[in-house]
Ligand binder design. Structure first.
Ligand code: ARG
Length: 436
């Protein structure tokens, strides 16, 4: 490897590591993603990313290569294909997002996809990685819809070739071109990705796009989506445009099919390392998710599960008298029993007494999911947290107000009356510790 590429790699790693999180988080994810039990990831790279952001894409992929992670890459080339067809004055149209493909369109598609594929492979190799072009030899197809012309419906995937490529330490870079015997067929890249993910069954499916996630009606990035809780609500939102709805529908069918540990991330190339190696990530993480149940007390089983989550999350012991007044306590818990919230109704305004997510489940979006469910029941709530608690940035982002004192930070939502607020703060400060 030349000195130039050595330096490039060193710089890239330093640049990316500096922007990331703690060493502990990074190590946790590298270990998880390197497990021999499950492939790491399938990464779909949109055509416009290759056109406009190739440098960041390559840096991020080289970074993964440097830490020993080999994803399977599948790329699009839609915008380049449209431009080439326009240049050559070849007409084209779409039916339900799929390109109607005449034999002329198919031939241009083959050459544009091959060119794009080689561009990625060459850029990776120029930075010292080994990569393999897989064009038209992965997807065995049939032609099912004559209205679409030379478009392939995937029947089988040549997993053996992908595995051999990975085992020879090379990154497979796949173009969405299939074949039926000797006839080449065009495949929509998102459809090819979904089928590829189903057959590889990796920890993660990653969609790299220029926008880098799903955004809410105020244009803010949605950091996590828990499908079990949020899918129906989201699909009814007017602000979610139809392209995103379609994508979310595809992602749901994917996650319904995969084990519950799998997840989908949508992010942009420059943020890929942060998305992968930190709990908070930097794009939109979508999980199958878990439902949240609201429990009435007393109930010994719930109390035991609650105690277990809180003691693991806070590395302490729950006070023996925590459940003494349990008629006034409401417990929210995810069905996986790894995240919980306790609301105490001892005071005139509901007080969030505990909010715990066990350390292994951090980064999955369980906290955001359970919070969302609790808030549907409690429009007014206040709580406290130690000034050095790492969760405070999340609290700051969701609260409507906060008072910082030496020993405690007090947060609230839905309380505007100054007198009531003063009493809440007083109550929170004087509340005895519940974890020792
Ligand atoms: N690093 C973890 C993963 O890749 C968590 C990512 C969290 N991302 C997010 N956008 N909330 O699975």
């Amino acid at each position: 490897m030349s000195n130039l590429s050595n330096n490039f790699i060193k710089d890239t790693i330093l640049k990316l590591l500096g922007a990331i999180g703690s060493e502990k988080e990074i190590k946790k994810y590298i270990e998880k993603f390197s497990s021999p039990e499950q492939r790491f990831a399938v990464i779909k790279v949109g055509g416009s990313v290759i056109e406009n952001d190739l440098k960041n894409l390559i840096s991020s992929l080289i970074f993964l290569n440097q830490v020993g992670l080999k994803p399977v890459i599948l790329h699009g080339a839609g915008p380049m294909l449209s431009a080439a067809l326009e240049d050559q004055k070849i007409d084209f149209s779409f039916i339900d997002g799929q390109r109607v493909t005449s034999s002329k369109v198919r031939d241009v598609a083959h050459s544009v996809f091959s060119e794009t594929n080689k561009k990625i492979v060459q850029a990776l190799e120029a930075q010292g990685a080994t990569a393999t072009s897989l064009i038209s030899n992965i997807f065995e197809c049939t032609q099912e819809n004559s209205d679409l012309g030379y478009v392939g419906a995937i029947q089988t995937i040549n997993i053996k070739l992908i595995n051999e490529t990975l085992e020879s330490d090379s990154i497979p870079v796949i173009a969405p071109i299939g074949h039926q015997e000797n006839e080449m067929l065009n495949i929509n890249a998102d459809i090819a990705t979904v089928e590829l993910v189903k057959s590889i069954n990796p920890y993660k499916a990653i969609f790299l796009s220029e926008t880098g996630g799903i955004f809410n009606k105020n244009g803010q990035l949605i950091p996590t989506i828990n499908l079990a809780l949020e899918y129906d609500e989201l699909m009814q939102e007017e602000w979610l445009h139809s392209g995103m709805k379609l994508k979310l529908e595809q992602i749901k069918s994917l996650l319904d099919y995969l084990p519950k540990t799998a997840s989908v991330s949508i992010t942009e190339p420059v943020n890929l390392p942060k998305e992968l190696f930190t709990d908070s990530g930097s794009g939109t993480l979508i999980k199958h998710g878990y439902s949240v149940v609201q429990h009435e007390l007393p109930n010994q089983e719930t109390e035991k599960q609650f105690k277990n989550i809180i003691e693991t999350s806070f590395s302490g012991k729950l006070a023996d008298n925590f459940f003494d007044n349990s008629n006034n306590l409401k417990i929210f818990m995810t069905s996986c029993k790894r995240a919980t919230i306790a609301i105490s109704n001892d005071f005139s305004i509901p007080y969030m007494d505990k909010f715990g997510v066990i350390p292994e489940a951090k980064g999955e979006g369980l906290g955001a999911g359970i919070w969302h469910e609790m808030r549907k029941v409690y429009p007014q709530v206040f709580w406290r947290s130690r000034p050095n608690n790492p969760i405070n940035s999340f609290y700051t982002s969701i609260c409507e107000g906060c008072q910082k004192q030496d020993e405690w930070h007090i947060f609230w939502i839905g309380i505007s009356d100054y007198g009531a607020l003063k009493d809440c703060i007083e109550y929170a400060i004087n509340k005895p510790k519940s974890v020792i």
